[in-house]
Design a binder for this molecule. Structure first.
Ligand SMILES: C[S@@+](CC[C@H](N)C(=O)[O-])C[C@H]1O[C@@H](n2cnc3c(N)ncnc32)[C@H](O)[C@@H]1O
Length: 511
């Protein structure tokens, strides 16, 4: 069958997304948060491997932001490998090595042992043989105390949609022509099925809106998300059982927001599960029924190793602002924790203090006349809301900045032609931050010493493109410039100061 290799879509390349769950330092913070041993000291060297990296954008961002560390990765789609290799070459990233070998033969004896092995959107997109290859790879190559990150489709969150995807896949298998065309035809078929008043759509009322949503997505996303032959959302307990022979145990959820929600769910899980929740894997399963979330982001950890001693630095963790104080919401919503009203004055004071630059918890608490213990709840909440996050100590910042500047220049250059690479590497966090294409062009204009709005408009004009508003392209030059001016003012006031704080703007531009 045309378009699938070992059940995996190869005819259409994957999207260029950046996934911040892959970032190494928030993983360390998650382990510390969960009271687990932390294998790598902040800012230290480590060996990182991403399996099935897609276009490899996240991998390139991480390599730039951590020149002290080494990054490896594989993906059996040669177009994907060529993309990330080209990006790494343009940015001069000497600490990134990629391979087009599949999971089964990636470990050719030349690889080191890894502190972190990460797989985002892979486990539930491959069949049983590839999963077994992955576990074997992890078993052989993960260091004691090392971390495995997996982001995957979970059950029961996907349960209603499995038949929708199946009927569309069966239709695409029987279609003619290229995969993109067969995907469109399969979506139309599902629409007609719903139009017939099909019982499946009636008894599962969220499926029709899901089909409508999919009809608006591009083929690259749909091909990999819905039209893989091997595509199987999993129960957490099945994943945990598959990883256990490699000595892996669930350590923490990767996302701070999920960990925040988790704290509130403990009583319900205990009340429902009783003695059975003494098994933490079963407790996780109940969590998935409580949240019905379709995607899990888990950190598993191997026993052993020499953990970095927590509290070794008396000043405490380094923190940086990801938002301007004006972005602080009076009321925030987390899906399963409901609404939260952040303690306003203290939250605002934290964000204001961090506008001066990253700070250690002890110094931040002293500046706000609090103890670190008093600060802990608000810092956890602001982290869960994505308003602050972990930063690295200043040592090594110069090298990180130089490497990030090089990659970020390549990203901004690409924004002249395409809307694909929408994040910048951050030396201050050893991570990356999402930035939309127009903002990238503003930044490129600034770095070139030009007026950002007219610079951006000239780039778009040269590419025969227009700014869109509410999804529709603006027609006249006057409308485009007015829209860009509005966006620039917002960007300059709110986003630019934060990007400066993170070191994501050009510091070492030469000409
Ligand atoms: C759904 S995509 C996710 C890509 C990327 N991790 C992301 O989230 O952006 C799955 C990726 O796994 C790769 N892949 C699937 N089976 C593979 C195998 N056996 N060996 C290596 N790569 C594989 C595919 O080429 C694809 O890029």
């Amino acid at each position: 069958m045309q378009g699938w290799t070992d059940g995996y879509v190869t005819e259409i390349a994957y999207t260029h997304g950046f996934h911040d769950e892959l970032l190494p330092w928030p993983m360390m913070a998650a382990l510390a948060d969960a009271g687990r041993p932390v294998p790598v000291a902040p800012g230290a060297s480590f060996d990182y491997c991403e399996l099935g990296f897609g276009q490899g954008f996240s991998l390139a961002l991480m390599a730039a932001a951590n020149p002290q560390a080494q990054f490896w990765g594989n993906d059996f789609n040669p177009d994907h490998v060529a993309h990330v290799a080209g990006l790494a070459a343009r940015a001069g990233l000497a600490n990134l090595q990629v391979s087009s070998r599949g999971f089964a033969d990636y470990d050719d004896g030349s690889l080191p042992d890894f502190d972190i092995i990460a797989l985002h959107g892979v486990w539930s997109w491959v069949g049983p043989t590839a999963r077994a290859d992955i576990v074997r790879f992890i078993d052989r190559r993960l260091k004691p105390g090392g971390i495995v990150y997996l982001g995957y489709n979970a059950l029961p969150g996907w349960a209603q949609y499995l038949p929708l995807r199946r009927v569309m896949l069966e239709h695409a298998r029987r279609g003619q022509g290229d995969l993109a065309g067969r995907i469109g035809a399969a979506l139309d078929m599902a629409g007609r099925l719903e139009g017939q008043g099909a019982g499946y759509f009636r008894i599962n009322p969220t499926v029709g809106p899901r089909r409508d949503l999919l009809a608006g997505k591009d083929a690259a996303y749909l091909a990999h998300e819905y039209f893989n032959e091997s595509w199987e959302p999993v129960y957490f307990t099945d994943l945990a059982a598959a990883l256990a022979p490699a000595g892996l145990r669930m350590a923490a959820q990767a996302r701070p927001a999920d960990r925040w929600e988790e704290a509130g769910q403990a009583p319900a899980i205990q009340a429902v599960g009783g003695e059975a929740v003494a098994d933490p894997d079963f407790a996780e399963m109940l969590r998935d029924f409580l949240t019905n979330r379709p995607f899990r982001r888990d950190l598993f950890q191997r026993e052993g190793g020499n953990p970095y001693p927590l509290g070794a630095d008396d000043g405490g963790d380094w923190l940086v602002a990801f938002a301007h104080p004006r972005d602080l919401p009076r009321r925030a919503t987390l899906p399963t924790a409901g609404t939260i009203d952040p303690p306003w004055d203290l939250s605002y004071a934290v964000l204001t203090a961090l506008q001066a630059g990253p700070a250690q918890v002890v110094a931040l608490a002293a500046a706000l006349e609090k103890s670190p213990d008093e600060m802990a709840p608000v810092l956890r909440l602001l982290t869960a809301l994505g308003l602050i996050g972990p930063a690295l100590p200043p040592s090594g910042l110069g090298d990180r900045q130089a490497a990030c500047d090089r990659l970020n220049r390549a990203i901004m250059a690409e924004a002249h032609n395409a809307d694909r690479l929408t994040a910048l590497a951050c030396p201050v966090t050893g991570g990356a931050v999402a930035v939309d294409r127009i903002s990238l062009l503003f930044l490129d204009g600034l770095a070139a010493g030009a007026a950002p709005v007219s610079f951006t408009w000239k780039v778009l004009q040269a590419a025969g493109q227009r700014v869109t508003r509410d999804g529709k392209p603006l027609l006249t030059e006057k409308q485009n410039l007015a829209e860009l001016e509005e966006r620039w003012l917002r960007f300059q006031q709110r986003r630019l100061p934060v990007l400066n704080l993170l070191g994501a703007t050009q510091q070492n531009r030469q000409g």
